[in-house]
Design a protein around this ligand. Structure first.
Ligand code: DC
Length: 230
């Protein structure tokens, strides 16, 4: 693993789907006034465009073609590809599954590696840092990060949270199928040969099963202060 000097301080928040890492990472970025990278959004864009264009998620070279040619913009809380706003669509369950399947391919991961690392460069040359959220931020993309948090929660708790979210959006689902989807996605993300979902050896593991978002944020901010990042 190459330890490279990062252009700005980086905090990694990795973990399985539904662990609350997106909420934690965005809250941290907001509190610190740092930038935010939602790396899952990159895989989700590849997933949604593959579904739209009929590209099979086992066709690695076609997916690499998409990953290299799409102009993906993650700004102002919106997710766009080639100018098309995909912010709402990328959250579909089917898109999450397609993203996870596309993410198994080493060359697809390679194709978006440089773009993820560029997120640590401040566009205005300033010194503000980056909070990066994903599965392999601490292990592969930013191995030299100042702080790595691995946010976990039991599959049952994550399924409950997802179920409530979907119900609040007026989507009818059953808890058993949500739990089955979560388990499938975990198995795929943890079991793949490259960059599997796993904590970096120097990550701090937080189990949020019995914690509120506010508790998790408090614990993370204490780590940020301990490391002298704020
Ligand atoms: O974080 P998310 O649920 O939006 O991510 C969607 C999928 O993308 C996830 O199931 C696996 C893949 N992913 C990945 O392989 N590596 C990342 N750093 C982020 C996401």
């Amino acid at each position: 693993m190459t330890e490279r000097r990062l252009p700005a301080p980086v905090i990694c928040v990795d973990g399985p789907s539904g662990s609350g890492k997106g909420s934690l990472a965005t809250a941290l970025a907001e509190r610190l006034g740092w930038r935010y990278l939602d790396s899952g959004a990159l895989y989700r864009v590849i997933g949604v465009v593959a579904l739209d264009r009929g590209v099979a998620t086992d066709d690695e070279s076609a997916l690499v073609g998409l990953a290299k040619s799409l102009d993906i913009e993650l700004t102002g809380g919106r997710i766009r590809a080639d100018g098309l706003d995909l912010t709402e669509r990328v959250r579909d369950e089917a898109v999450g599954a397609a993203a996870s399947e596309a993410a198994r391919h080493p060359q697809v991961r390679q194709a978006i590696l440089a773009e993820q690392r560029r997120a640590a460069e401040s566009p205005d040359g300033g010194s503000s840092g980056l909070v990066a959220d994903g599965r392999d931020m601490g292990t592969v993309v930013f191995p030299g990060a100042e702080l790595k948090i691995f946010l976990d929660a039991s599959a049952e708790e994550r399924a409950q949270r997802r179920y409530k979210q979907l119900r609040n959006k007026g989507i009818t689902v059953n808890l058993r199928s949500v739990l089955a989807n979560i388990r499938d996605r975990d198995a795929r993300d943890e079991g793949r040969a490259v960059s599997p979902l796993q904590p970096a050896s120097d990550a701090v593991i937080i189990d949020s099963t019995h914690m509120t978002i506010a508790d998790v944020l408090r614990q993370a901010l204490a780590l940020v202060r301990e490391r002298g990042l704020a």
